[in-house]
Design a protein around this ligand. Structure first.
Ligand code: PRX
Length: 639
């Protein structure tokens, strides 16, 4: 990279590998974004071309109107022509002593078709929802693609979510079939996922459960309902005609945390999602046939969907699917994986980078990581310190750092400076992708000046992969994303600013979303989970800064009875873990007599956070119960 003042620009080597090299692409795309997206869409295979590329009135927009396609024909069939025996997936197990697996494009094609045929026999039809509760094993990709092959709508549930979290999602989606696993390995231990899945099935419409064999653990079995994956695919044909999908047919639902405890099902559709996943992965990571791409995100999150499944397959790339944790069995495991496979593009989260940084550079001495060419970051703001460390110690000053900004709702990356163009600035995500109009506006919708913080919004035509709805909840869809600016702009909920160079920096959220080790949660959903503990009368959760995880939740709970508080903290932790999962475990739980409130009864979470971090509290005179603060202070920091 070449440094000019505070900015970095690509050098000749970075430019050489880039698809987009000239900044003129931005002006071209800005002139007519729809035409620009059309031109990239033409690189893919469609059964029928669109009659109009963009239509509708926000919030109800359409891309590639009238077009017909099947994403799996682009992920699989198309690659058989020139990449039949190329490795699609390199699967690296949790236990480094176990054998890795590789799956070629042809093998993947056959497995997907077999499972697609088997799903049909189980009664799955176009438009039906299929729940997928699987860890990072190749079958999760196979299951997603098999659904897409027959036009079923998949809804992947993160395998570390609890059975209750699974249940709410399956119920909301109305899933008919669930695909799960007997058990899986995480840091050397087996998680009994089938047992958890069974608990989550109660009260759902799931009729059949397909179980993949991975850990070989003993599992509960319901004869009339459960089938082994290997039994139902055995003997199936490895050809399955791809369902012809309309560009705006639902493709998948991915649940993301909602403020009240009920998750929102972000709905993505076939055509727009395919185009964004393809183009973003190609332009941002500059994928070519020589690349080994490793995105560390779990498939249960949107990053996993787009960059550990669809994006690389649409580009015919070889990608790594890692079952384990980057620091298990040793803190250098991630660097070992990079060297073992010659990873060229590495995409991870700031929480992982902070952990690598904390482990020090000595452990990296045995590794060259010389194959790396592009580095990415996603999920939360990356600090200058972490950016610089990543740039120097991992990228050796050679690789561009792509701080990619996007959301479950946008389906694919929509902002980051491009590796062949730049510029890059520590802690800044940079420029919107060509063809995407990201603006920072004030409450009235007026554009903010450079350096002025405001709401990060999208102007029309938004992006092809923007969510088309919240599954079965139109009200939530309009309230959450569109009402703020009267359906004119898409409201991301993020706060940020553009610097004098026009580079975007996202600084945080306008709502109660927190990011715990990169995982998206809301303090609201933690509060409603905590309130399930029998002794809790009231609860407030705040996110506080954590050196490694970015943020961690801290809970303040008021008991129903001051004399019945035994075991209350443990009960609150248990309620949160069983409602959401271990990732939501509060860092601390404080039992307090009252919560600070305004006269209108609003809980002042800001004050709670400051009490915890021992910051200056400021004016408390607007509180209805200022005395509560003194008492909370004593509980949090006892003398
Ligand atoms: O607040 C932003 C933050 O993560 C949110 C989206 O989370 P999720 O839907 O789980 O998707 C994560 C993967 C895209 C955003 O609203 N966020 C994501 N990337 C960044 C970020 N904040 C700052 N910088 C980023 N690069």
């Amino acid at each position: 990279m070449i440094k000019k003042g505070e900015l970095y620009y690509p050098d000749t080597a970075a430019k050489k590998r880039a698809w987009l090299k000239s900044k003129s692409v931005y002006a071209l795309a800005e002139k007519n974004p729809v035409k620009f997206w059309e031109s990239v869409a033409k690189e893919l295979v469609w059964r029928k071309k669109w009659t109009k590329a963009y239509a509708g009135t926000p919030p109800h927009i359409k891309w590639f109107v009238g077009a017909k396609l099947n994403i799996t024909e682009n992920c699989l069939d198309r690659n058989l022509v020139t990449r039949k025996n190329k490795v699609a997936i390199i699967w690296e197990p949790d236990d480094s002593n176990q054998a890795a697996r590789t799956i070629t494009y042809y093998q993947l094609y056959r497995e997907v078709n077999k499972f697609a045929n088997a799903l049909k026999k189980l009664g799955v039809k176009k438009g039906d929802r299929v729940g997928i509760y699987l860890p990072m094993i190749p079958e999760v990709v196979i299951a997603m693609l098999a659904c897409a092959r027959i036009g079923a709508v998949h809804s992947v549930v993160f395998s570390a979510f609890s059975s209750q979290a699974l249940q709410v999602r399956l119920q909301d989606a109305g899933a008919k079939v669930l695909v799960t696993v007997d058990g899986y390995y995480r840091r050397g231990k087996i998680t009994d996922l089938k047992k958890q899945a069974d608990e989550g099935l109660e009260g759902t419409a799931v009729e059949r459960v397909v179980v993949v064999k991975r850990a070989g653990n003993q599992i509960p079995w319901t004869q009339a309902r459960d089938v082994w994956y290997e039994d139902i695919v055995r003997g199936e044909s490895d050809e399955c005609a791809a369902a012809v999908m309309d560009a705006e047919d639902p493709m998948f639902i991915l649940y993301t945390s909602g403020s009240t405890g009920k998750p929102k099902g972000a709905l993505h559709t076939c055509g727009g999602y395919m185009v964004s996943a393809y183009a973003s992965d190609k332009w941002i990571f500059d994928l070519t046939d020589d690349d080994i791409f490793w995105s560390t995100a779990d498939i249960g999150w949107v990053t996993g969907h787009t960059y550990s499944c669809y994006g690389p397959l649409l580009n015919g790339t070889t990608f790594i699917q890692f079952e384990g944790s980057p620091d298990y069995p040793n803190p250098d495991r991630w660097a070992g994986v990079i060297d073992k496979y010659g990873v060229t593009v590495f995409y991870t989260a700031p929480t992982a980078i902070r952990m690598f940084m904390k482990n020090g550079t000595d452990i990296l001495k045995p590794y060259t990581m010389k194959t790396l060419e592009v580095l990415g970051s996603v999920g939360e703001p990356i600090s200058e310190k972490a950016w610089n460390w990543y740039f120097k110690e991992v990228g050796k000053g050679r690789c561009p750092i792509l701080d990619t900004w996007w959301q479950t709702e946008t389906g694919g990356i929509i902002a980051t400076s491009l590796p062949g163009i730049g510029p890059f600035k520590p802690a800044h995500t940079g420029l919107a992708l060509p063809g995407i109009r990201i603006r920072v506006v004030d409450e009235a919708g007026k554009l903010c000046k450079p350096g002025q913080e405001g709401s990060v919004v999208l102007f029309p035509p938004f992006c092809p992969s923007l969510l088309r709805g919240v599954w079965q909840n139109e009200q939530k869809f309009t309230d959450t994303y569109w009402s703020q600016y009267k359906n004119k702009y898409y409201f991301s909920g993020d706060l940020g600013y553009k610097d004098k160079n026009g580079l975007l920096r996202v600084v945080g959220r306008a709502d109660d979303m927190i990011k715990v080790a990169g995982h998206r949660l809301t303090t609201g959903e933690l509060e409603s989970a905590a309130c399930k503990a029998p002794q809790v009368a009231e609860c407030a959760v705040v996110g506080v800064v954590d050196e490694i995880k970015g943020e961690v939740p801290v809970a303040f709970v008021v008991p129903k009875s001051q004399t019945d508080v035994a075991g209350m903290k443990e009960n609150v932790v248990a309620a949160i873990r069983s409602t959401i999962g271990p990732i939501a475990t509060p860092h601390e739980v404080f039992v307090v007599t009252d919560l600070p409130k305004t006269r209108s009864g609003k809980i002042m979470r800001r004050i709670l956070r400051k009490v915890f971090t021992k910051e200056e509290l400021g004016d408390l005179s607007t509180l209805a119960n200022p005395e509560s603060v003194e008492s909370i202070k004593n509980t949090v920091n006892p003398a």
